[in-house]
Write a protein that binds this ligand. Structure first.
Ligand SMILES: Nc1ncnc2c1ncn2[C@@H]1O[C@H](COP(=O)(O)OP(=O)(O)O)[C@@H](O)[C@H]1O
Ligand SMILES: [Mg+2]
Length: 287
């Protein structure tokens, strides 16, 4: 599978762009799409899912233009929109049967497929209860199940871990890793820790633009030797924040152990091993 996004823009109104001149090539594996709220993640993913059209540029799936031939994408697509809604009166089995009918999926294997998905997403024990009685995490897992009904080759999940507790996040991660062998999986999030353990590739975006793309190692490399720790007194922190990118602070014996990013070393600060969170913050603050 190969997805080429070529100079795509989405203009919502005069001078209001959700996405601007965005280009990226995505191949099999897991792509983590990271960016703060308003970065344009949902705008991009909706266009990939053919529920919205670019105002400029083209999107090719295996060289097929998906605007001209949306069914080529739709047949192979599993999509979990950010604002996914479920029907509260249906139970999970009824809902998934309904979604399957909408997608034109049927046949003898459907019921088996639904059972497998419910099992894999740990929903079997609530499968006959109305979805309206589910927790947020359970509803989200029903959303994930409907996206996987057609055994998709391109899977797009927009902020899938919102509402999931830590254990559910872990299960989700394992599920995604299993799926990604021969397909494209795109996951969006504004939380680095949702992406960094699963994604092969990471794309970081802000204000409708792609800031950088690469494997995690190459992105972390951007802040190598730029991450430090320093112990500050409490009343020093605000001043320090004015001139440095502070990643985190931790209280210790009345002081604040402060992790920050700087282009050159500072006396009394010690160099730390950089991680994706550091790189993300650095890129977002300096772009
Ligand atoms: N339907 C719309 N009409 C006008 N502006 C929109 C619309 N949808 C999104 N936007 C704007 O486009 C930008 C990107 O939004 P979005 O794609 O939802 O970002 P993200 O998913 O990364 O939070 C934001 O500034 C948002 O306000
Ligand atoms: Mg969004």
């Amino acid at each position: 599978m190969r997805l080429d996004i070529q100079q795509v823009s989405k203009r919502y109104a005069k001078n209001t762009y959700g996405l601007k001149d965005f280009s990226i090539t995505i191949e099999n594996g897991i792509l983590g799409l990271l960016g703060p709220n308003g970065a344009g993640k949902s705008t991009l993913l909706k266009m990939l899912a053919t529920v919205s059209k670019p105002t400029e540029g083209i999107i090719l799936l295996n060289k097929n233009n998906i605007e001209k031939d949306p069914n080529y994408m739709r047949k192979q697509l599993g999509f979990l929109p950010q604002d996914f809604g479920v029907y509260p009166n249906l139970n999970a089995i009824e809902f998934l049967e309904y979604m399957a009918a909408m997608k034109g999926i049927g046949g003898k294997t459907l019921r088996r497929r639904i059972n497998d998905l419910l099992e894999g997403l740990n929903l079997t024990h609530v499968a006959k209860r109305p979805i309206g009685t589910y927790s947020g995490g359970m509803k989200q897992r029903v959303g994930i199940a409907q996206a996987l009904l057609n055994d998709p080759k391109i899977i797009i999940f927009d902020e899938p871990t919102v509402g999931l507790d830590p254990e559910e996040r872990l299960r989700f991660r394992n599920l995604i890793s299993d799926l990604a062998n021969h397909c494209i999986v795109i996951l969006s999030s504004h939380i680095v820790s949702d992406i960094d353990t699963v994604a092969d590739e990471v794309a970081i975006m802000k204000s409708g633009r792609l800031i950088t793309q690469g494997n995690q190692k190459s992105i972390v490399e951007l802040v190598k030797d730029k991450v430090f720790e320093i112990t500050l007194e409490r009343d020093q922190l605000n001043d320090f924040k004015m001139s440095h990118i502070v990643v985190s602070t931790m209280r210790k014996e009345g002081n604040l152990v402060t992790r920050f990013i700087a282009d050159s070393p500072i006396e009394t600060a010690t160099v730390q091993e950089a991680n994706l969170e550091d790189a993300y913050l650095y890129l977002i603050k300096t772009n």
